[in-house]
Design a protein around this ligand. Structure first.
Ligand code: ZN
Length: 390
C-alpha cells in the first residue's frame, strides 16, 4: 500500500534565499492571521462559516488592494497553503485534538509550504518558486528510490536553523504478523511502563539538558532588555530548546519503531483518560507532551506496518484493578507505588499492573468493540479473553 511519509533535512539557504524566505514567511504569517481573524469575525458577527474556498476568494481580493499589494511579491502557493493549514487547525480543534487556533508570531517557528506547481525537482535538487538556484540540502538519510516529493515545507526554527520536509509517497511493506500484544502506561516516575514489566525511563541526558536550559534562561533574564547581549542569550536558550526537542523526538522514534516492530497489537490509554486519572505536576506536563507525540508516532507506524494500535479512550480503572483476580480497590493514592491485592494477595507494581490491564482491555476492544465492563473482562457474548491468565 502507498503511504505518505515525510523526510526532514537541514538546509543552508544562501543570503539571497534567506531574504526570499523571510519575505515569504512574513506573508504566510500575515495571511494566516488575517484569515483566522476573518473566520472568527464571520462566525461571531454573522454565524457564517468560512473555509478554504471562501477565504481563497477573499485572498484574491486582498491581493488587489493597494495597502496589501506586497503580498504579490512572493509565490502565491505558500499563501494558499497557509489557508489550508488554517482549515487543518480548525479540524483539529473541532475534533478535540487541539485548542482554538491562535495567531502566528514572528518569534516562533516560521514555515511555508510549496506544492508541486511551486518547486522544481530534478535529480535530487530542489528549487523553490522565486529562487534562482537550488537549495543546499544536507541529505542525512536517503530518499526512497525514484521518490518525487508531492509537497515541501520549509521551516526556520527559533534557533535560526532551516529545515525542509519532503512529503513522499512510498510503498511500505507490512511486517509479517505475529501473536504478541503489549500494553503501555505512561509512568509516574519513568516515561513508559510496559505490560511485559519493562520500564523505559527518561534518558539521563534530558536531565542534563534541562539543567543547562535553566542556566541559560537565568542568564537571559539578567541581560538588559533590548540589548544585543540579550538577543544573543535568547538565541542560546532557543538552541538548547531545539536540541532538547531533537533528542526527545529521536528517543521517541526509536522506542515507537521498536515496539511496533515487535508487537502485532499495542494498547495505550488516550491522554484524555490519563488527565482524568492523574494530577498535574511539572514533570507530568513534560511527559504529557512526549506521550501525545509518542501515541501519534505509534498510530502512523502501526498503519505503515500493518499493526494494530488500540487507543482506549473510555475511563477504565487500570491502576486500581488487580490484574490477576479482577478485584477493584476503592482508592489508590498517587504516592503508592506498590500494593498487595486484598482479594488474592498478589504483590503489584502499580504501573506494571496498570499496563497489564490496559493490554487486556485493548484486546477486548479489538475483538468485540466497546463492550467492556470494569471488573470482569469478557465480551458481551461471554467469550473469555485469550490474554487473561487462568
Ligand atoms: Zn487480586
Amino acid at each position: 500500500m502507498k503511504q505518505k511519509r515525510a523526510f526532514k533535512y537541514r538546509v543552508y539557504p544562501t543570503p539571497e534565499q534567506q531574504q526570499i524566505l523571510a519575505q515569504t514567511f512574513g506573508c504566510c504569517r500575515f495571511v494566516y492571521n488575517w484569515a483566522l481573524r476573518k473566520k472568527t469575525d464571520a462566525y461571531y458577527n454573522d454565524h457564517q462559516r468560512l473555509y478554504y474556498k471562501e477565504l481563497s476568494i477573499l485572498l484574491t481580493d486582498l491581493k488587489k488592494q493597494e495597502e496589501t499589494h506586497w503580498l504579490n511579491e512572493v509565490s502565491s502557493v505558500p499563501l494558499q497553503q497557509a489557508l489550508r493549514h488554517l482549515d487543518k487547525a480548525f479540524l483539529n480543534f473541532f475534533e478535540g485534538r487541539a485548542k482554538y487556533p491562535t495567531f502566528h508570531k514572528k518569534r516562533n517557528t516560521q514555515s511555508a509550504t510549496y506544492t508541486a506547481n511551486a518547486f522544481t525537482w530534478r535529480n535530487g535538487s530542489l528549487t523553490l518558486a522565486k529562487m534562482s538556484e537550488p537549495l543546499q540540502i544536507v541529505w542525512s538519510r536517503p530518499l526512497p528510490n525514484e521518490a518525487i516529493p508531492s509537497s515541501v515545507t520549509i521551516t526556520k526554527d527559533c534557533a535560526d536553523r532551516y529545515f525542509i520536509s519532503l512529503l513522499v509517497e512510498e510503498e511500505i511493506a507490512h511486517l509479517p504478523c505475529n501473536e504478541k500484544a503489549i500494553g503501555a502506561d505512561l509512568g509516574l516516575k519513568s516515561f513508559v511502563v510496559l505490560s511485559t514489566g519493562e520500564v523505559v525511563g527518561n534518558p539521563r541526558f534530558f536531565h542534563k539538558d534541562e539543567k543547562k536550559l535553566a542556566k541559560a534562561q537565568r542568564r537571559h533574564a539578567k541581560k538588559k532588555k533590548g540589548s544585543k547581549n540579550r538577543d544573543k542569550a535568547r538565541l542560546k536558550v532557543a538552541r538548547i530548546h531545539a536540541c532538547i526537542a531533537d533528542r526527545r523526538r529521536d528517543f521517541l522514534h526509536k522506542l515507537s519503531t521498536r515496539l511496533i516492530r515487535e508487537n502485532q497489537t499495542m494498547c495505550v490509554e488516550s491522554l484524555q483518560v490519563k488527565n482524568m486519572v492523574k494530577h498535574p505536576t511539572l514533570s507530568k506536563a513534560i511527559s504529557d507532551v512526549g506521550w501525545s507525540e509518542f501515541v501519534s508516532q505509534l498510530e502512523y507506524k502501526a498503519d505503515w506496518y500493518g499493526r494494530n494500535l488500540v487507543k482506549i479512550d473510555k475511563w477504565y480503572p487500570s491502576s486500581k484493578r488487580c490484574f490477576e483476580c479482577g478485584h477493584i480497590l476503592t482508592s489508590l493514592p498517587l504516592d503508592i507505588r506498590q500494593w498487595d491485592c486484598p482479594e488474592c494477595g498478589i504483590h503489584h507494581d502499580r504501573d506494571i499492573n496498570a499496563a497489564k490491564n490496559i493490554v487486556t482491555v485493548g484486546l477486548t476492544v479489538l475483538a468485540c468493540g466497546e463492550s467492556i465492563r470494569p471488573g470482569r473482562v469478557s465480551s458481551r457474548s461471554g467469550k473469555t479473553q485469550r490474554s487473561r491468565k487462568p
